[in-house]
Design a protein around this ligand. Structure first.
Ligand SMILES: Cc1cc2nc3c(=O)[nH]c(=O)nc-3n(C[C@H](O)[C@H](O)[C@H](O)COP(=O)(O)OP(=O)(O)OC[C@H]3O[C@@H](n4cnc5c(N)ncnc54)[C@H](O)[C@@H]3O)c2cc1C
Length: 519
């Protein structure tokens, strides 16, 4: 008799989703987590006394409200907030800022009045185009995906086929140029779209394949807007833990798994780093494919072509996350002074153009620190005062393109240099910013690798490249949450449909287990 029906490895939001779904269906479930807190890369933690930071993910950009209902998250205290703006993208003084109002009327007015009717038309054209892609995504969300090439070949008409081909295999620029034919005009808007396209990739917006990442960011969720739970992103996992416990399951923290126990080609449970063994009828791994198969199962227990497939997955994703506490908000001057009003400054992003991103891609590829990094600078406590003591604020800067292969001996120097450049970008426009900073922690992809066991520190758990999505995620022939080991399932964002805070891989992985269980 096994100790549990199911063990879920990892209490990130997907592992917790899978555990909750199984517990709600009557299985006895244990979720084991290496750290002493839940949430994985979507955790909120007190890095500095009295302040709460979203350590990895900040916003639910690709989340579907459908999941709130399916998991009854509001019953367990999850409250999603939608700030008035999701970002203010700025560039040179002569560039009109692009403000991501989350209300459709407000953004329409902003585009019409500040950027002109053609900007409005271009953006609306792009959104409509992407809606066609969304229709395809929607059909594939809750099932093992149809092979991409079959989807494209079976497209209902030539126009849809062309749209799918261009979006999946073309560059972000190939997609954009249909609606923004002039590279210079509306370059901030184009830049902000391209910044989404490189998120979770090892690409420039001009690289073939970056069109898919652009489409993913705009079609996975209900809308491309910014929502975040009250109390920080970790409130999602807190709600999932409560639901799990309410249904008889439990999470055991500070419990790193060393390997999966496998007998006669079947999982029998897990062996912890402590040497303890816990048995279960099924095991679900929310870790990425590399960690699951090469670290926890072992090559010798797997078919060689499968091992080769896992080894070919790319996880090269270099970035920097700077967490700070500040005693006052930045007072922007000059053409950005207007952002001090109405909380627009809560998230400022320096993205002057697609070419700027491409230039930094080249620097990053050569192992250099970008000279004026693409950076999102947020003050989450402006919208959620529960995150900081009264009168103070939390600040986080996310900056992609931190050189991936930095030698260990140079890591500190280079990360500090990039952090300084990102901070300077704000300080040049808000002279009080440097003196307002009280504490600072500079985290790189290496920190995320060490803390969460994600291969290469890749927050996409397998980059958002066409060769690693859909039926190829994680490996061709195994996009159904099953593995070559009987009763070992996958349930993390290394599976279909992919990265970000979605809860979908966890939900789908658990449902795949239930198919056998009920059968
Ligand atoms: C800096 C940064 C910014 C991001 N921004 C956003 C954003 O704004 N919006 C968005 O949607 N997404 C964002 N993401 C991506 C998002 O955080 C991830 O896609 C998502 O959290 C992955 O969830 P998961 O549950 O699949 O995996 P994880 O969160 O990686 O969970 C896996 C869990 O397994 C645990 N674990 C690992 N090894 C072991 C072991 N041996 N034994 C036991 N437990 C183990 C880990 O500690 C972790 O808790 C960001 C990520 C980062 C790092």
């Amino acid at each position: 008799m096994a100790d549990y029906d199911a063990i879920v490895v990892g209490a990130g939001h997907n592992g917790l989703t899978a555990a909750t779904v199984l517990a709600r269906n009557g299985l006895s479930v244990l979720c084991v987590e290496k750290n002493n807190w839940p949430g994985g890369m979507a955790a909120t933690r007190e890095l500095f006394s009295g302040f709460k930071h979203n350590v990895g993910a900040w916003g639910m950009l690709v989340f579907r409200d459908q999941m709130l209902k399916l998991l009854e998250l509001d019953k367990y205290g999850l409250e999603l907030m939608r700030p008035r703006t999701s970002y203010c993208v700025y560039g040179a003084p002569e560039d009109v800022c692009f403000i991501g109002y989350t209300d459709v009327n407000e953004i329409t007015q902003h585009l019409m009045n500040d950027h002109g009717p053609d900007a409005m038309e271009s953006l609306a054209g792009l959104y409509n185009y992407l809606q066609k892609f969304k229709a395809v995504v929607d059909q594939e969300l809750f099932k093992p995906p149809t092979p991409l090439d079959t989807l494209i070949a079976n497209a209902p008409d030539a126009e849809t086929r062309e749209m799918l081909l261009r979006t999946v295999y073309g560059s972000a620029i190939d997609v954009l140029r249909q609606f923004f034919p002039d590279p210079k005009k509306h370059r901030l808007i184009q830049g902000s779209l391209c910044a989404s396209a490189i998120d979770g990739t090892h690409m420039s917006p001009f690289s073939p394949g970056s069109g898919l990442s652009l489409a993913y960011h705009y079609t996975m969720g209900d809308a491309y807007d910014f929502r975040t739970p009250r109390g920080g992103i970790g409130a999602l996992s807190k709600a999932l833990v409560e639901s799990l416990e309410d249904h008889g399951g439990k999470v055991q923290y500070g419990t790193p798994v060393k390997r999966f126990l496998i007998e006669n080609g079947e999982t029998a449970g897990v062996e912890l780093k402590s040497g303890e063994k816990i048995s279960a009828r099924v095991v679900l791994s929310s870790l990425d494919a590399h960690a699951t198969f090469l670290r926890m199962v072992g090559e010798d227990r797997l078919p060689s072509d499968f091992v080769q497939g896992v080894k070919e997955i790319e996880y090269r994703n270099g970035y920097l996350q700077i967490h700070m506490t500040v005693k006052e908000l930045p007072e922007f001057t000059g053409h950005l002074a207007f952002t001090n009003e109405n909380n627009i400054r809560w998230l400022m992003a320096y993205i002057p153009s697609p070419e700027h991103i491409a230039r930094h891609w080249e620097q990053y590829r050569r192992g250099q620190v970008p000279d004026d990094p693409l950076a999102y600078c947020a003050f989450p406590s402006v919208n959620d005062p529960t995150l900081a003591p009264q009168g103070y604020h939390t600040c986080t800067i996310f900056s992609p393109y931190f050189p991936y292969d930095v030698p260990e001996g140079k890591l500190k120097e280079m990360s500090m240099l990039m952090a300084d450049r990102a901070i300077d970008q704000i300080a040049r426009r808000a002279p009080n910013f440097r003196d307002a900073i009280m504490d600072k922690a500079v985290l790189t992809h290496r920190w995320f690798e060490n803390t969460y066991g994600v291969t290469g520190g890749d927050y996409a758990s397998g980059l958002l490249h066409p060769g690693q999505m859909w039926h190829r995620r994680p490996v061709v022939g195994w996009a159904n949450y099953r593995t070559p080991i009987e009763n070992l399932f996958m349930c993390g964002s290394g599976c279909h449909p992919g990265p970000g805070i979605t809860c979908v891989p966890g939900y789908n992985g658990a449902n795949e287990v239930l198919k056998d269980w009920k059968g």
